[in-house]
Structure formats: structure tokens, C-alpha cells
Design a protein around this ligand. Structure first.
Ligand code: GLC
Length: 450
């Protein structure tokens, strides 16, 4: 009897030990250590998202398989035809760099389940299409050569894998529990969980240093999927063990787990202020499209203007965040002409004004932005940047700043901006600006503080 209970206690300890080390236990770090790990990324502020996959062929949204409820058989023609004959990853990398982007995230697999890399664990991959080569490999090499940090987007959803159970976001979604049960018979999420771990291991082992992984996405609840379905903690633990410095988004459904995510991801929205969790400001990055769709969408015409896109970037930095701007390349392997157009315009602005973006963040609370302006601030150089969204009529007042300012210039040409104070409001600065708006999409004033 005694040995038996001793044995039970021992067994309990062993189980606890195993669970402790096989589960949870994400690497621990202090706030300062985390800030240090993310520093290159928070300094960079601007990255490129690339959504590229079979959905470039139908050219009507990357969710087309879902929206049109296509079966694998119906979708197969895109796999049979995938052959981006004009693709030159160096050209893409150069365009990203010229636009001022410092990092890039490519869809290694999107929800359609098609793999842009040569995975050992599936046949549904780029090397089996007419294109025949490992796109992820070519991508990684080209962007790295241009000096950008490279990352992967990896879809947790998979509308092709035979073990992935049909859920409410699946092309074959149902309306009754019995229909779900019938369709999901024989599908085994255990095997699917193994599959995604194997693929994440491949992606984070075979392609050198990977700086970012973007898992997408969780939708817990009825006929949904969350952290238990992905085995999120172990998946993340695996990613961190293979690439200790890697930066991870917040879509694994681990918001409440310490170390379960690095940054939050407001999608296609403008945040009203720096996002907080439990009263603490958190790292964040907004991801945005040019025109509403992530994948190439031929007939979508609501493209944002260069000024709107620049405003998105400046606004993000003015609230302490990053912008990940998406391109959906065509099935020939080129950036749509409208995307090239915008990238060029952004690059033109960034060439002369990037000092108000890189290494910058929200301005200290003592500075109030005048109407129609956005402020950013570089804490190292202690310079304040005033972005003139609407160009004023020859004069601009900076309230309550006379005691703080040493010198002001336009950022794009380093030309002095003269200012004065008035008897009535001694601490306000009245700037004299040229009547003619300089030939800069959004002119920036660089303020040297005392
Ligand atoms: C969404 C969509 C997806 C896109 C992503 C980008 O979760 O499902 O198509 O890749 O957002 O953030």
C-alpha cells in the first residue's frame, strides 16, 4: 500500500515535470530586454507586406476560394497554371528599399494552404507547379541582399489540408452541427498540429535568420479555432527556440499569456491613440492595403493616394507604431502599376524626410500639435517634427513653445524658418512660412529643441 502511494506521488511529479517543460514555458524576459530585442523593428517603423499565392491568378481577393465556396478540385486549375515568368525578386527588393521600407513579410502559406516553399510535408507547394522553384528561398536571398530584414507570414488556417477540420471560416462551412460532424469525420487536428509545427520548423531552419513571424489568425468560439486547436504555446515555443530573436504578432490567441506575443496588429484601421494593454503602452504595427484587398485584385479601384499612404505612416509613428504596407503582386510576378506608382511617391518623400520617421515616436505630452499637423519626435537627437498635412497660408503658430525652441528648418532642404513672439502671448512662436508650398507631398518642419 505504502509503495503504491509513493509510486503515485512519484508519477505525479514526473507528469508535472514533463508538462512543465513540454508546455508553456515561453522564454522569460524583462520589459527592457524585450524593448532591446524589438529595437531594430521599432526604429525601422516601415515595412512591406507581400501577399502572394495562387489567388493572384483569379485576381479577385485572397479569400476567393472561401467567398466562392470552391472545392479543392475547382481551385486546382490555379495550381496547375502557377508560373510567375516575369518574377525578379531583386526588383521587388529594390522597390521596397527605395520606398524606405526596412523589413518585409511574405506569405509563405496563406489560408488557401498553398506553400510558397519546398516543404517536405506536402505536395501542395510551389516546386510542384510549372514554376518549379522555391519562391521563399529566392525571396529571402534577394531581400537580404538589399539589406532588409526578412520575415514570414504563416497562415494557421488551411483550406486544403485533409486533416484541417471544416470550421465557420472554411470554404465548405455548414449550417448545422450534424453537417459539420459528417464532414469532419476522419479529419484529425492532431495530425494538422504536427504538420504546422513541421512546416514552421522548416521555415525557421532552412532559410537563415528570420526576423519576424506573422501567424494568422485565431477565431475562437463555436465552429472556430483558437490556441488549443493550433497548440499555440508549443508552436510559439518552437519558433522562439529556432530563432531566439524573432518578433511575433499577436494572433495565436495567446493575448493573456506572458511572452505569448510581441506586438499588436490593428488591421486596416487608424488607431485613435497608442494601444495599451493593462494600462501599459504596447508595441504595435498597423497593416494596411493600397486598395482593400491583400492579394492582387484586378478590378478593385479604390486605391489610396500617396498623400493618404504617407499620412498613415506618419500617423502611426506619431502614436508610437509601425506601418506594414501591403503589395499584392500579379501572377506574372510583378507589382501592379498602381502599387509601383505609390511606392515611388512614398520613396520620393522618404528620401528627403525619413529623419522624421526612423527612430522616431510619439512626441512628449508637453508638445501640442497645431491644427492639421502630426508630430513625431526623435528621443536621441531630441528633435521634434511637425508634418504639415494642410499647408498653411504663410504663417503657423506653435502654442507655448517659445521657451523650448532653438532653431527651425524645413526638413527636405534644411532651409531656415524664421519665427517671432508677440507681446500678447509671449510663449507662442509665430513661424513665417513661404506662401508657396514646397514641392513635397507633406512638408516637414524640423524643430531643434533647447
Ligand atoms: C486577415 C485576412 C488575411 C490577411 C490578413 C492580414 O486576417 O484573413 O487575408 O492576410 O488579415 O493581416
Amino acid at each position: 500500500m505504502k509503495t503504491k502511494s509513493l509510486f503515485t506521488v512519484l508519477l505525479l511529479f514526473i507528469t508535472m515535470f514533463i508538462t512543465q517543460f513540454s508546455l508553456a514555458q515561453l522564454p522569460k524576459e524583462t520589459d527592457a530586454q524585450k524593448a532591446e530585442r524589438l529595437k531594430w523593428w521599432t526604429d525601422a517603423r516601415f515595412g512591406m507586406f507581400i501577399h502572394w499565392g495562387l489567388y493572384a491568378l483569379p485576381a479577385r481577393h485572397e479569400w476567393v476560394k472561401n467567398a466562392e465556396r470552391m472545392t479543392n478540385e475547382q481551385y486546382e486549375k490555379y495550381f496547375d497554371l502557377f508560373n510567375p515568368d516575369m518574377w525578379d525578386p531583386h526588383e521587388w527588393a529594390k522597390m521596397a528599399k527605395a520606398a524606405g521600407m526596412k523589413y518585409v513579410v511574405l506569405t509563405a502559406k496563406h489560408h488557401e494552404g498553398f506553400c510558397m516553399f519546398d516543404s517536405k510535408y506536402t505536395d501542395y507547394k510551389v516546386t510542384n507547379t510549372p514554376y518549379g522553384k522555391d519562391i521563399v528561398k529566392e525571396y529571402v536571398e534577394a531581400f537580404r541582399e538589399e539589406g532588409l530584414k526578412v520575415g514570414f507570414y504563416y497562415s494557421l488556417l488551411d483550406w486544403h489540408h485533409p486533416d484541417y477540420t471544416i470550421d465557420r471560416n472554411h470554404p465548405q462551412r455548414q449550417t448545422s452541427d450534424t453537417a459539420y460532424d459528417r464532414l469532419n469525420k476522419g479529419r484529425d487536428m492532431n495530425r494538422y498540429r504536427e504538420y504546422i509545427k513541421n512546416q514552421v520548423r522548416e521555415l525557421l531552419t532552412n532559410y537563415g535568420e528570420i526576423s519576424i513571424i506573422w501567424f494568422d489568425f485565431s477565431f475562437p468560439g463555436k465552429h472556430g479555432k483558437g490556441h488549443d486547436d493550433w497548440d499555440s504555446q508549443n508552436l510559439l515555443k518552437l519558433a522562439r527556440s529556432l530563432q531566439p530573436g524573432i518578433i511575433v504578432d499577436d494572433r495565436l490567441d495567446l493575448e493573456d499569456v506572458e511572452g505569448g506575443w510581441d506586438f499588436t496588429t490593428p488591421e486596416q484601421v487608424q488607431v485613435s491613440k497608442w494601444p495599451e494593454v493593462n494600462g501599459k503602452r504596447v508595441p504595435w504595427e498597423t497593416c494596411q492595403t493600397f486598395s482593400g484587398s491583400w492579394g492582387y485584385y484586378r478590378d478593385e479601384n479604390t486605391w489610396k493616394s500617396p498623400a493618404q499612404l504617407l499620412e498613415l505612416l506618419i500617423e502611426s509613428v506619431s502614436k508610437g507604431g509601425n506601418l506594414l504596407l501591403n503589395v499584392g503582386p500579379t501572377a506574372r510576378g510583378v507589382f501592379d502599376y498602381r502599387a509601383q506608382d505609390r511606392l515611388r511617391a512614398i520613396g520620393e518623400w522618404m528620401k528627403f524626410n525619413n529623419r522624421s520617421i526612423y527612430g522616431c515616436s510619439e512626441a512628449p505630452a508637453e508638445f501640442t500639435a497645431p491644427a492639421n499637423t502630426l508630430l513625431t519626435y526623435n528621443p536621441l537627437s531630441r528633435r521634434l517634427y511637425i508634418h504639415l498635412l494642410a499647408y498653411p497660408m504663410g504663417s503657423l503658430t506653435l502654442p507655448n513653445m517659445a521657451d523650448k525652441v532653438k532653431y527651425i528648418q524645413f526638413l527636405h532642404d534644411a532651409s531656415e524658418i524664421r519665427f517671432k513672439t508677440l507681446e500678447e502671448a509671449k510663449n507662442d512662436l509665430i513661424l513665417t512660412l513661404p506662401i508657396l508650398k514646397p514641392p513635397v507631398e507633406i512638408p516637414v518642419l524640423e524643430v531643434f529643441l533647447k
